[in-house]
Design a protein around this ligand. Structure first.
Ligand code: GLU
Length: 300
């Protein structure tokens, strides 16, 4: 783990190169840049390209180009997650050794069928904060030998974190309830010292058979490896902090502070997505908008 002995704050902007940057990213990147400047801190750039199927090199180049155009300065070199799979695998192994993860072979269809078999209508089944139905635990209590057999058969699987067990273990290490410090707000306006609610996610996927990590694992490991002290990101990722705090405690990582900022919305009040072409930075640039215009448009 890198330690910043200078005592300076370390912030990061961590985009996923699976599309072109839009106004929402510009706000998030400028927010991190300005906050780092105000605090006399460092700004890191991390390319979150673990989804090798959806990430493209031209989007990575686009990120460098758009950020430089906006006048944002970051420390070189940017960390690329796809170059660190062996490190994530080692982290996953630690969680496996603690017996807090299990392989799950369920397809989406199998999960749906299990929910239907419970007699609860699909619409009434709880969803996690990302909108996916809570995992009904199909492979959770399967004997280890059977799970091993399925792995040997070459079936595809995902590693899931046993959230109840993981939370209990983290609480015992922590000596009490797990909290985090929120300098911004959740969408509901929560701020200050907040308690985690990881059960909202159920047993989250923490890695896959062919990719030894997931967003949650890679982001938590990297923030620790890079010595990030203040995590700034959009409110959409506020609940993910519940999972990240558990992982930090289990893995012995330091506790960063968090600032979840508001999201840029379109005229209809919808959150911008990668397909929001009219809000794309390249389009806006082609229309003759300047970096100063962009700052005004995002209210900075
Ligand atoms: N890579 C994530 C995204 O593009 C952000 C990760 C984070 O800031 O924690 O949405």
């Amino acid at each position: 783990m890198q330690d910043d002995t200078s005592g300076r704050e370390v912030l990061r902007f961590a985009p996923s190169p699976n599309g072109w940057l839009h106004l929402g990213h510009a706000y998030s990147a400028l927010f991190a840049f300005e906050t780092a400047k105000r605090l006399g801190g460092r700004l890191l750039l991390r390319i979150e390209d673990i989804d090798v199927g959806r990430c493209r090199e031209e989007y990575v180049e686009g990120i460098y180009e758009d950020l430089a155009w906006l006048g944002i300065e970051w420390e070189e070199p940017a960390r690329r997650q796809s170059e660190h799979f062996a490190e994530y695998e080692a982290v996953l192994k630690r969680l496996r050794d603690m017996e807090l993860v299990y392989p799950c072979f369920a397809t989406r269809k199998e999960i749906q069928d299990a929910i239907l078999a419970s007699g609860i209508p699909l619409q009434a089944w709880p969803s996690d904060p990302d909108g996916a139905p809570l995992y009904p635990g199909i492979y959770k209590d399967m004997p280890r030998e059977r799970l091993n057999e399925l792995m040997w058969e070459g079936r595809s699987y995902a590693w899931r974190l046993d959230i109840e067990k993981a939370k209990a273990k983290a609480e015992s290490i922590n000596g009490g309830p797990i909290t985090f410090y929120e300098e911004g707000t959740s969408t509901r306006g929560d701020t200050g010292i907040l308690e985690i609610k990881p059960e909202l996610f159920g047993d989250v996927v923490i890695a896959r058979k062919d990719v030894p990590t997931s967003y949650h694992l890679a982001v938590t490991a990297d923030d620790a490896f890079q010595g990030v002290t203040l995590i700034t990101r959009g409110q959409d990722l506020f609940p993910a902090t519940y999972i990240h705090r558990i992982l930090q405690i289990l893995l012995g990582y330091p506790e960063p502070r968090y600032h979840h900022h508001g999201l840029i919305r379109d005229e209809t009040g919808r959150r911008l997505s990668k397909s929001a072409k009219d809000m794309g930075l390249r389009e806006l640039r082609a229309q003759g908008r300047t970096p100063a215009d962009i700052r005004r448009m995002v209210g900075l």
